[in-house]
Design a protein. Structure first.
Length: 162
């Protein structure tokens, strides 16, 4: 049970809690008493609980749900950061439009200086459009992850009631 728990809650860069419900569903199945094991050994503790103690499994459900809410919270913070960056890069774009439509060189230079002030490390007037696109793509992905995690919690809560 400890190994299964560790596999469920250990964060890895390639793994999130999305689809963890499938693993929990298998654990629930292993927690059900097995008619075959009861027939083989009526005194076995496994015959009463199945291969996995259901009480321990219920605690695991709570831990996984809490951990998934934490993952959602962290992802929402990152979404907030991405939205702030996109907003900042949009301001640069607005100054670019003003610079392009300005008649006087003095005004054009003023808007270009405003644009430069809004750039972060590694950004330039030449690459900020690409960076904004990458932020927008990351934002879509993270929003999708959050939605999947909320659906996963619903599935886990339903499994927990079984």
């Amino acid at each position: 049970m400890a190994d299964v728990y560790d596999a469920l809650v250990t964060k890895r860069q390639y793994k999130t809690h999305v689809n963890i419900s499938e693993t929990l569903r298998l654990l629930l199945k292993d927690a059900e008493p097995s008619v075959q094991s009861i027939a083989l050994d009526a005194l076995s503790t496994e015959s009463k609980y199945g291969k996995i103690n259901i009480k321990v499994l219920r605690v695991l459900f709570k831990v996984v749900i809490d951990d998934t809410y934490y993952e959602i919270s962290c992802t929402l913070e990152y979404i907030k950061y991405l939205q702030e960056q996109i907003k900042r890069l949009n301001k640069i774009y607005k100054y670019e439009l003003k610079s392009n439509s300005a008649k006087k060189d003095k005004d054009k230079e003023y808007y270009r200086e405003c644009m430069k002030l809004l750039l972060d490390k590694g950004e330039s007037l030449e690459n900020y459009h690409q960076i904004e696109y990458e932020y927008e793509e990351a934002l879509k992905i993270r929003k999708d992850v959050v939605n999947k995690l909320y659906r996963e919690i619903d599935i886990i809560k339903h499994l927990e009631k079984q």
